[in-house]
Design a protein around this ligand. Structure first.
Ligand SMILES: Cc1cc2nc3c(=O)[nH]c(=O)nc-3n(C[C@H](O)[C@H](O)[C@H](O)COP(=O)(O)OP(=O)(O)OC[C@H]3O[C@@H](n4cnc5c(N)ncnc54)[C@H](O)[C@@H]3O)c2cc1C
Length: 309
């Protein structure tokens, strides 16, 4: 049957693309699926400086290089949103939203990553993608010589604030705790003259009429002082949720929705593997996602070979 593959890989971020490269080089018949353009979160990353051997380059450029690598090796790719994965004996069934497409595979690698978490405060839905953004590289240019507020204090918030502070006149960080990012990046941000940081704050609402105009927040300390900062745009970086709805029912995810996999990226369901940010792990980075992808493909290929014996 045309739609039977050795390995179907769901998600074409760095984990899925690396898995595809290793799987096709292991002589597997491979299909790589993504609901969006290949690259995953790399596409939304301004500059990457910590991918071994690559120096400093944009996330979009690295995404293109990785995808070109998969194509040079003949990996089959399709734009599909996977909505269900079921497991029956030696074949897995992968159901997609588009065109009622259904594929079967001897093994599946799940590399679906994470999506940005939202605050859930008044005004957020109203201004989402029209004043509130989750991607500085996609939307930052709109705020050149304007004022922005960044919500969050982790690595993404600090890295993207350094980028935004370089193009905006004023940048205000509002964060639940203090800055928790890499100390070197925090120091760099704190030294920027147009940056003000408000730690230990709770966001109350986003205000606006025909466009977003400001953020109201209050101190989580005893004084509970309320403040209002005007702005032209907001960037939220408050963590991510696991993209695991399509396969949560398989019983392979923990309470946060992340896949529990062993050191060979095997889940508790034979023939189903996890890789990258979607797995329970300590460090969510491109290099660790690639590493997971390589291990998952190696394990999946061994599993497929074992079915033939
Ligand atoms: C702003 C920002 C800056 C960052 N900077 C760096 C950095 O400088 N260096 C670094 O190493 N890391 C950085 N990271 C982290 C890094 O991008 C991630 O760790 C990495 O992309 C994870 O790769 P992944 O393949 O596991 O998942 P992702 O990159 O999230 O890719 C998952 C893919 O799965 C697809 N998908 C999800 N669900 C489905 C479905 N149901 N059907 C089909 N497709 C689906 C998604 O569309 C996506 O393309 C940054 C992240 C962010 C957000």
């Amino acid at each position: 049957m045309e739609n039977i593959y050795d390995i179907v890989i769901v998600g074409a971020g760095p984990a899925g693309m690396t898995a595809a490269i290793y799987a096709v080089r292991a002589n597997m018949k491979v299909l790589l699926l993504d609901r969006l353009s290949p690259g995953g979160q790399m596409v939304n990353t301004n500059e990457i400086e910590n991918y071994t051997g690559a120096g400093k380059l944009s996330g979009a450029d690295l995404a293109i290089k990785m995808f070109e690598h998969t194509q040079e090796l003949g990996v089959e790719f399709d734009y599909k949103t996977v909505i269900d994965i079921s497991n029956s004996d030696s074949l897995k069934t992968i159901t997609c939203e588009e065109d009622d497409a259904v594929y079967q595979a001897r093994a599946v690698i799940l590399a679906t990553g994470t999506v940005p978490r939202r605050l859930g405060v008044p005004g957020e839905e109203e201004w989402a993608a029209n004043g509130i953004s989750w991607c500085a590289i996609c939307d930052g240019a709109q705020y050149r010589d304007k004022e922005v507020v960044v919500i969050g204090g982790g690595n993404s918030a600090v890295e993207e604030s350094i980028y935004l502070a370089g193009i905006c006149t004023k940048l205000t960080i509002v964060t639940m705790f203090d800055l928790t990012a890499d100390p070197k990046a925090c120091d760099q941000l704190r030294k920027m003259p147009n940056v003000t940081i408000y730690p230990y704050q709770e966001v109350l609402e986003f205000t606006g009429t025909d466009r977003i105009t400001g953020v109201r927040f209050k101190s989580t300390k005893e004084d509970a002082t309320e403040r209002y900062v005007t702005c032209d745009g907001v960037f939220e970086y408050i963590g991510f949720s696991a993209s695991s709805e399509a396969f949560a029912k398989l019983g392979i995810v923990d309470r946060t929705g992340c896949i529990e996999a062993d050191s060979r990226m095997r889940t508790s369901v034979p023939g189903i593997f996890g890789a990258g940010d979607i797995t329970v792990k300590h460090l969510r980075q491109i290099v660790t996602a690639c590493s997971d992808g390589a291990v998952a493909a190696n394990s999946a290929a061994a599993y497929v070979e074992s079915l033939k014996q």
